[in-house]
Design a protein. Structure first.
Length: 189
């Protein structure tokens, strides 16, 4: 009986004849991929747009954001005897951003001709560094405080930033600040 011959196609040197029984060389497949320049350009544009969007979101989350909350007509039960049987206004300032900031003082603007004021009873004492998620609170006795003339509640930072909780609309605030500036100019003259 004769030895059978087989024809096998290889990827590197065309057809070759091999005898059965001998070690066959390992065949490696050749894969050809054609990518056009347009596909690469589209991929690059999509990837850079996604990266830019992520950078914008990170930048917006990374800045200082203080939230000001005010609660009126609060009372204490137990605790500090200075505030027993009194109506209180509680102002809370919390850091909603990722960046720590130093709060130097808390206060409020009132409508003209009433002067603005600052709040002295703040816990923890100012200046206070607020890291992410931390808060400070101020307690103010409502006796003698007319809440109907409040313009805004404000928190001031060491870098000169002002974060406010507005009580009146923006146009009324603008007009009120203009009256304060005009009164200050008249006082100088």
């Amino acid at each position: 009986m004769g030895k059978p011959w087989i024809v096998q196609y290889s990827c590197w040197n065309g057809p070759e004849v091999l005898r059965r029984g001998y070690n066959l060389p390992m065949l490696t497949p050749t894969i050809t991929i054609h990518i056009s320049g347009s596909a690469i350009a589209i991929y690059g544009a999509v990837l850079s747009t996604i990266t830019a969007g992520v950078q914008v979101v990170t930048h917006l989350k990374d800045r200082v954001r203080l939230r000001v909350h005010v609660q009126h007509n609060m009372e204490t039960i137990g605790g500090d005897p200075r505030y027993a049987q009194k109506k209180l206004t509680i102002m809370r300032v919390s850091n909603a951003g990722r960046r720590p900031t130093t709060v130097t003082c808390l206060g409020a603007y009132r409508l003209f001709p009433h002067n603005p004021f600052i709040i002295a009873d703040i816990r923890p004492q100012c200046p206070c560094e607020l890291t992410e998620g931390k808060e400070l609170s101020a307690i103010l006795n409502q006796e003698g405080l007319d809440l109907s003339v409040m313009e805004s509640w404000e928190a001031y930072t060491a870098t000169g930033g002002t974060f406010r909780l507005s009580v009146v609309p923006w146009y009324r605030r603008l007009w009120n600040r203009r009256k304060f500036r005009r009164a200050a100019m008249e006082k100088k003259q």
